[in-house]
Design a protein around this ligand. Structure first.
Ligand code: SAH
Length: 270
């Protein structure tokens, strides 16, 4: 009788310890699964696909933040104008570069955009935009539309941007990018920047993004009295950026930065 009781006791003990082990395993499993889910959530929300348009855009937005902090606001760069920093923070630069170079869009250098032309380094775009002290009611002329990026940055701040490009295909691509992004205050024209765009003159400011050997007279003429022009001047890839101010219809010229821009083509066709 006693040994029967002992046997029952042992069987019960074994059964219980088995249950305990199972229970313990279930507990460990649930913990692992829960921590796994938690880990994934900290990377991206469970319902967000990392290859979706919105996650890709979120990653580019982070890169823009880094660009503004490290390349524009950093000591030695010192871009201070809030409107310029905000515009640089919001314009999707990656949409203005060829698709295979998008990963480099927010790096600290210019990039090729075809036809031997380049989209300027972000710092240079910010520097030139800040130099003209852009105001909300400004009408700005740009020479050298290129990718359309500088025009887009300007368009975030000023009332209207008129931009001339000598290479038809670049102008066409820029028009498409700008319209896809919803810009309605940028006006493009294929033509020779040496002549300016007299029909809409005078301009509050002029930004020239290709380098002539001397400042074109038509651009001086089309600048409003009191207006500013920023322009690289000099021989191929070795120029100074000049800030020109028109005061009492006289020109005050100040060299502000050594730069390397593509030359301004002096003909009516590429
Ligand atoms: N602002 C551009 C960079 C332009 S690079 C951007 O944000 O992407 C300089 C551009 O000036 C090139 O696209 C080049 O084709 C154009 N260019 C050169 N000579 C020109 C001229 N005489 N008139 C108008 N555009 C010119």
């Amino acid at each position: 009788m006693e040994s029967f009781m002992v046997r029952i006791y042992r069987a019960l003990k074994m059964f219980l310890s088995c249950k305990m082990i199972t229970l313990l395993m279930v507990l460990v499993f649930s913990l692992v699964i829960l921590s796994d889910i938690n880990f994934l959530c900290s990377e991206c929300p469970a319902d967000e696909d990392p290859t979706s348009e919105s996650s890709i855009e979120a990653r580019y937005a982070k890169e823009r933040q880094r660009m503004v902090k490290e390349q524009l606001e950093a000591p030695g760069r010192d871009i201070k104008n809030k409107k310029v920093l905000e515009a640089m923070m919001s314009v999707p630069r990656h949409k203005f570069v060829p698709e295979h170079l998008r990963a480099e869009a927010y790096n600290d250098h210019p990039l090729p955009i075809g036809h031997n032309q380049t989209i300027s380094q972000p710092y240079i775009v910010a520097f030139m935009t800040e130099a003209i002290d852009p105001q909300p009611d400004f009408k700005v002329l740009e020479i050298g539309t290129g990718s359309g990026y500088q025009a887009a940055v300007l368009a975030k701040i000023v009332k209207s941007v008129y931009s001339i490009e000598i290479i038809e295909e670049l102008s066409r691509n820029a028009r498409q990018t700008l319209s896809q992004l919803g810009y309605t205050n940028v006006f493009l024209k294929v033509g020779n920047g040496f002549e300016g765009w007299p029909e809409n003159a005078p301009y509050d400011a002029i930004i020239v993004t290709c380098a002539p050997e001397t400042i074109p007279q038509a651009l001086i003429d089309q600048l409003k009295n009191g207006g500013k022009m920023i322009i690289p001047v000099g021989p191929s890839f070795n120029q100074s950026l000049y800030l020109i101010e028109k005061k009492d219809n006289k020109i005050i010229k100040k060299s502000v930065l050594p730069v390397r821009f593509v030359p301004m083509i002096n003909s009516n066709r590429e």
